[in-house]
Design a protein around this ligand. Structure first.
Ligand SMILES: NC(=O)c1ccc[n+]([C@@H]2O[C@H](COP(=O)([O-])OP(=O)(O)OC[C@H]3O[C@@H](n4cnc5c(N)ncnc54)[C@H](OP(=O)(O)O)[C@@H]3O)[C@@H](O)[C@H]2O)c1
Length: 339
C-alpha cells in the first residue's frame, strides 16, 4: 500500500488513532493501539491496530503491511512501543529488525513491565519523538486503558438519554425511545467496544432491555459486552437481559465499590442504569465520564435523569467540564469529564 502524498507526524498520528479506534474493545488485556509506517519520503506504506490478545501488536501489523518499504522509514504509534516479551516478542525488536530510523509516539507506556521502549530505541540510534497528538490519544482510544493503569479500576462511563428538561423517562415510566435512531446506533457502536454494561434491577423491571450491541440491521454485533444487573430484587427468568445473546452477571449489592470490585478484570464499563444507580455511582465518585444524548423534546414530570447526588446546595454542585459536543442525528451528544 502506498499513497502519493507525504504525511506530517500529526496527520500520521491521527490516522493511527483511526486504526486504534477500529480495534477498541477487541484487544483486552492489551491496549488498543494504532500504528502507521511512513517510508523515507513520508508516504504511508503500512497501517494497523493491535490484534486480539496473544496476537500481534499494532506496530507489527503495520510493519507486515509495509514489508521492505519500512526500511529507512518512520513508525508513528499511539503508545510507546513495548520493550518486553509477553505473549509476543517486544515491538522494539520488530522496529529495529525492519530498519526503522525514526519512531514517533503519542503517550508513554505507564506500565513498568512494558516501558523502556523509547530508551532502547534511542540507544540503538533511532530518532525518537514523543508527545505528538498526546491529548487526542489520551482522551481517545487509550482513555480507559490509561485510567486502568493509573487506578487499577475499570473506567466508568455513565451514559443516559435525556430530554432537554433533564428527564430520563415520561411520567408513566416509559423511556423507549427518548433519543433518535442515530443516537441509538452510536450507542450500539460504543456498547460493542465496551467490556461491560451495568444497570440496576429498576431498569430491567421497567424496560426489559436486552443490553446487547446490535448492528444497523438489528443483528448482534460480533463482540458482546458482559451484562451486569445490580440490586437485590429477583429479575424474572424471561427477562431479555438473561437471554443467550451474551453473558450476564447479577450483583446483589447497593455499593458501587463492590460493583467495581466485581468488574476489576474489565477496563471499559458503560453504566446505563436509571436515576437510582446513576445517583449512587455519582455520590461514590465512581463515574469517570458522562455521555448524555440530549433529545430536543420536553417531558416534564417526576422522573429525572439522576436522583440525589449528595449536593445540598449550589455551592457544593458536582463540577464537570465538557470535553466534547457533537450532533448525532437530531440529538446532541455531550461528553463530560470531572473538573
Ligand atoms: N433515559 C435513560 O437513559 C434511562 C436509562 C435507564 C433507565 N431509565 C429509566 O429509569 C427508570 C428506572 O429507574 P431506576 O432508578 O429504578 O433504575 P436503576 O437505577 O437502573 O435501578 C434501581 C435499582 O437498583 C438497585 N440499586 C443498586 N444500587 C443501589 C443504591 N445504591 N441505592 C438504591 N438502589 C440501588 C435497587 O434495586 P433493588 O431494589 O432490587 O435492590 C434499585 O431499585 C425507568 O423508567 C427507565 O425507563 C432511563
Amino acid at each position: 500500500m502506498s499513497t502519493a502524498a507525504a504525511l506530517d507526524y500529526e496527520a500520521a498520528m491521527r490516522l493511527a488513532v483511526e486504526h486504534a479506534d477500529l480495534v477498541k474493545g477487541a484487544t483486552y488485556p492489551n491496549p488498543p493501539v494504532g500504528a502507521v509506517i511512513l517510508d523515507s519520503a513520508g508516504r504511508v506504506v503500512g497501517v494497523g491496530g493491535t490484534g486480539p490478545a496473544g496476537s500481534a501488536h499494532a506496530e507489527v501489523v503495520a510493519l507486515r503491511r509495509a514489508g521492505s518499504l519500512a526500511a529507512g522509514g518512520t513508525a508513528v504509534v499511539t503508545l510507546e512501543p513495548c520493550n518486553h516479551h509477553g505473549k509476543t516478542p517486544p515491538c522494539v525488536d520488530a522496529l529495529l529488525d525492519a530498519r526503522i530510523v525514526s519512531v514517533v509516539y503519542a503517550v508513554a507506556d505507564p506500565n513498568p513491565v512494558a516501558a523502556g521502549g523509547a530508551a532502547r530505541l534511542a540507544a540503538a540510534g533511532v530518532r525518537v519523538v514523543h508527545g505528538v497528538e498526546a491529548d487526542l490519544v489520551a482522551a481517545g482510544p487509550l482513555r480507559e486503558w490509561l485510567h486502568k493503569q493509573r487506578t487499577g479500576l475499570p473506567h466508568v462511563t455513565w451514559k443516559y438519554a435525556t430530554s432537554i428538561d433533564g428527564r430520563s423517562a415520561a411520567a408513566d415510566g416509559s423511556s423507549q425511545w427518548i433519543s433518535s435512531e442515530a443516537a441509538r446506533a452510536d450507542l450500539h457502536r460504543r456498547r460493542a467496544a465496551a467490556d461491560a454494561i451495568v444497570v440496576g434491577t429498576g431498569t430491567v423491571l421497567a424496560d426489559d432491555p436486552a443490553l446487547t450491541a446490535r448492528l444497523a440491521d438489528g443483528s448482534l454485533a460480533e463482540r458482546q459486552p458482559l451484562r451486569v444487573v445490580v440490586g437485590k430484587r429477583e429479575i424474572p427468568s424471561e427477562a431479555q437481559v438473561l437471554n443467550d445473546d451474551s453473558r450476564t452477571m447479577v450483583i446483589r449489592t447497593h455499593d458501587p465499590a463492590e460493583v467495581l470490585k466485581a468488574l476489576s478484570d474489565r477496563t471499559d464499563v458503560l453504566l446505563e442504569g436509571g436515576p437510582t444507580l446513576a445517583g449512587a455511582f455519582l455520590r461514590a465518585g465512581a463515574i469517570d465520564r458522562i455521555l448524555a444524548y440530549v433529545a430536543p423534546i420536553l417531558l416534564g414530570g417526576p422522573i429525572t435523569a439522576v436522583d440525589d447526588v449528595g449536593v445540598p446546595s449550589i455551592a457544593r454542585a458536582l463540577k464537570w467540564r465538557y470535553d466534547g459536543i457533537e450532533r448525532v442525528g437530531p440529538d446532541l451528544l455531550l461528553s463530560l469529564v470531572p473538573r
